[in-house]
Design a protein around this ligand. Structure first.
Ligand code: TYM
Length: 340
């Protein structure tokens, strides 16, 4: 007889995404391009979200700072709405299957493919004194993250598209050799905020590591700093709030305002018709401050409760291990590893 009180085993599509804990805070680009969407997807999908500290050590980190930043980043994804009861939230290095599958996938990824990755080229130009093998094989570890969970969709910003395509190619190659081992994932790239640009140089992506302090808004920046950064945002001399190809600075501010307030580009044009850039920049800054206020407050509360955070990431790692081990076991069997 059917037991009506038993929880329904609904098979929802799977989402996986990750973020590096490089600074303990995220940029507005990280948030609008990726993390803001993570919480919205939790009811319709089975989601797993990870702080990818193993990816972070592909560039040199101060160990004490990395540890601190990892905890802060974990608290920040929860503050941004990732609910550890609904989603699996964990820290990458706690789940050993990621390193294990990454090694296997390294052997199914070509040197030529990795050499074509623009992030590798950019980062090796930036860190010319430390072009390590991990930086080169970074995309195989990212493929492992995704493929371990039989992921259907990966919510990321536009800059991760190339890595995602490589993960798909690796999955297809492996499946071609051994049968259907991996779900082949698709990207989930937002329409409005897939590529938030630097406030100081709207020709460049907003990035955590920008040396210009005015370029990047961080989620944990104090309100007055955020307003100052928006006030100094580079625009043009036309004094017209309109979305046009030759107005990258204004386009960027309009995308940010749209992503934060939900207003469409046309609505923003109407709202600011006849107004100067000073008014518009201030409005964008204030909207961002209001969006981030509850996140900052929740982050501070969470960081003050280390025991709670620890219980969350431990539970997350256990769940992640349970699921990912099944995929890894299958892979080990397929490639011919003698069972232990
Ligand atoms: P990371 O830590 O550089 O960035 C985290 C997320 O933020 C997005 N993003 C942006 N979106 C819009 N505008 C920007 N200026 C901007 N800057 C960053 C990124 O696209 C990303 O979605 N390799 C990944 C982390 C990773 C991962 C994974 C992601 C590791 N394993 C598996 C998805 C699935 C990275 O370095 O993201």
């Amino acid at each position: 007889m059917e037991n009506n009180t038993a929880p329904k085993l609904e098979k929802k599509p799977v989402i996986f995404s990750g973020i590096q804990p490089t600074s303990g805070s995220f940029t507005l680009g990280n948030y609008l391009g990726a993390v803001k969407n993570w919480s919205k997807l939790q009811d319709s999908y089975n989601c797993a979200y990870s702080i990818v500290n193993m990816h972070a050590i592909t560039v040199r980190q101060d160990p004490a700072q990395l540890k601190k930043n990892t905890l802060s980043a974990f608290a920040l994804i929860l503050a941004c709405g990732v609910d550890p009861e609904k989603s699996i939230a964990f820290i990458q290095s706690h789940v050993k299957t990621h390193a294990e599958l990454a090694w296997v996938l390294n052997c199914y990824t070509q040197f030529g493919e990795l050499s074509r990755m623009t992030q590798f080229k950019d980062k090796s130009a930036k860190h010319a004194d430390n072009i390590n093998a991990g930086l080169f094989t970074y995309p195989s570890l990212m493929a492992a993250d995704i493929l371990l969970y039989q992921t259907n969709l990966v919510p990321v910003g536009a800059d991760q598209k190339q890595h995602l395509e490589l993960a798909r190619d690796i999955a297809l190659r492996f499946n071609g050799l051994y049968g259907n081992v991996f779900q082949v994932p698709d990207g989930y790239i937002p329409k409005t905020a897939a590529r938030i640009m630097s406030l100081a140089d709207p020709g460049k992506k907003m990035s955590k590591s920008d040396e210009n302090a005015k370029a990047t808004v961080f989620l944990l920046d104090p309100p007055d700093t955020i307003i100052k950064k928006f006030k100094s945002a580079v625009t043009d001399s036309e004094a017209l709030v309109a979305y046009r190809e030759d107005k990258p600075g204004i386009n960027n501010l309009m995308s940010i305002y749209s992503a934060v307030t939900g207003a469409s580009i046309e609505e923003i044009e109407t709202q600011f018709a006849g107004k100067g850039y000073g008014d518009f920049k201030l409005a964008v800054g204030e909207a961002v401050v209001e969006e981030l206020r509850p996140i900052q407050e929740k982050h501070a509360r969470l960081l003050a409760d280390k025991a709670y955070l620890e219980s969350c990431y431990r539970a997350g790692a256990e769940k992640a291990l349970g699921i990912s081990q099944r995929t890894l076991d299958k892979v080990y069997k397929k490639v011919g590893f003698l069972p232990y």
